[in-house]
Design a protein. Structure first.
Length: 430
């Protein structure tokens, strides 16, 4: 009897420690248990043991994790920024709707210091999310040949480069060079999108002027072409897409001409806003048909950002019946959606309060908007400096301004092109 009690006590002790029971579980059962953890908890618990550390590198676990969490892993608003500490690092943070706070994520893989210096000085970079991956684009000016006079009007062309990274597995690769050189004197339209969900492949679309040298650009240039090149992760090469010969905006040399414009995918179309809140001249809505490899352009009556919300193309409009519509305190802003049949913008009835929300932001052109399910978020430069986020709950019709992340004081000068939605999926490869 005493021996049986001693054995029982030893068994209970080992059960409480947990190591005995866990190690006896079949591998598939262990994987099922771990696949129920949120992605952040899974990453934090990798320090428990070697087996837990290496589990996300196992193909069978990654597939199981994505399947188990396919209905619960909602996309999170993500922003990328430069860390001011030395050496310079590229960091990213995700906003947690439930916790109402920003969470700093893993650092980007180590990039050459020369690249990071370019990123911190020049505003020629962009971040996209596709599948479980983050795609970083940056443009840098080529070094002038010996004896070459590097004046502003005849500076050498630039080199485009894409780096695709899996942030949780820390796997990354540099994509092969683009087919065409890109100038910083003309707008560049880019977008990364999923091409095959089952095969976990993606494509990157780039559209820009065929001219690559600054000195080739003149005010009122009659050449209105857009050349298109597409990277396919299934083949690993860039190919030429459809050329758009009648881009009505042309390629002006006004100060914002060289900004990168990231697209918005809505169903099988990718939309780009050619102008902006402070742009010169008529705005246009440029769209690319993914299935038919075809470009289309239409007039754009509002000057505010576009975004996608559960299959609907959305924007912001100023609607007010007040006699003094230029009095900011009397303005009323609301969200509008594009009617796919009439191609007209229709009011959704969702208002953005000026006194509570918009007054906190410096101007409308700094806003970046993302939405999915019940939540919408937009970010931008704060009125008093720094960086802010506003969150809207559709079911509750409720707005709030959550606490700003600890990085907000350096966000304005170091963010990498606004806000995007990212879904934590493990089984995607760069």
């Amino acid at each position: 009897m005493a021996l049986e009690m001693e054995e029982e006590a030893e068994r209970v002790s080992r059960d409480e420690e947990g190591t005995f029971v866990w190690s006896e579980l079949p591998k598939d059962v262990q994987h099922k248990v771990l696949s129920c953890l949120p992605i952040q908890d899974l990453c934090q618990m990798r320090c428990v043991c070697k087996q837990w550390r290496d589990v996300i590198h196992r193909r069978e676990f990654r597939s199981m994790y994505d399947i188990v969490n396919s209905g619960s892993q909602n996309p999170s608003p993500v922003i990328c920024y430069m860390e001011s500490s030395y050496p310079i690092r590229l960091e990213w943070a995700a906003y947690d709707y439930a916790g109402r706070t920003w969470k700093k994520m893993n650092s980007f893989p180590s990039l050459p210091q020369s690249i990071l210096t370019q990123l911190s000085v020049r505003r020629h970079y962009s971040l996209s999310s596709v599948g479980g991956l983050l795609c970083l684009y940056f443009w840098k000016e080529e070094k002038s040949p010996k004896g070459y006079r590097n004046y502003a009007h005849n500076a050498p062309p630039g080199v485009s480069s894409w780096t695709v990274w899996h942030p949780f597995r820390n796997k990354w690769k540099r994509l092969p060079p683009c087919k065409h050189r890109v100038s910083d004197r003309a707008p560049l339209f880019v977008h990364a999108f999923v091409s095959d969900e089952q095969a976990k492949t993606y494509k990157i679309l780039m559209a820009h002027h065929p001219k690559s040298h600054r000195y080739q650009f003149d005010e009122g240039d009659p050449d209105r072409r857009l050349v298109t090149e597409i990277y396919d992760s299934a083949t690993g090469v860039w190919t030429d897409g459809a050329e758009f010969s009648e881009f009505s905006q042309g390629f002006r040399t006004y100060p914002q001409a060289g900004l990168i414009r990231r697209g918005v995918r809505c169903n099988d179309m990718i939309y780009f806003l050619t102008g902006g809140y402070t742009s010169i001249g008529q705005n246009a809505l440029l769209s690319y048909d993914i299935k038919n490899d075809r470009w289309h352009e239409e007039s754009y009556s509002t000057r505010y950002p576009i975004f996608e919300w559960d299959g609907r193309l959305m924007s912001i409009t100023l609607r007010t019946s007040e006699p003094d519509e230029w009095n900011r305190m009397l303005r009323t802003y609301s969200f509008v959606e594009m009617n796919p049949d009439t191609r007209r913008w229709e009011d959704t009835g969702i208002e953005i309060p000026w006194n509570k929300i918009l007054i906190k932001f410096r101007n409308m052109d700094s806003l970046a908007i993302v939405a999915s399910g019940n939540e919408l978020a937009f970010t931008g430069s704060a009125t008093g400096g720094g960086f802010k986020i506003a969150v809207y709950k559709r079911a509750e019709n409720y707005w709030r301004l959550p606490p700003t992340g600890a990085f907000s004081d350096k966000m304005e000068r170091s963010k990498v092109e606004g806000l995007l939605l990212h879904t934590p999926l493990l089984d995607w490869r760069p």
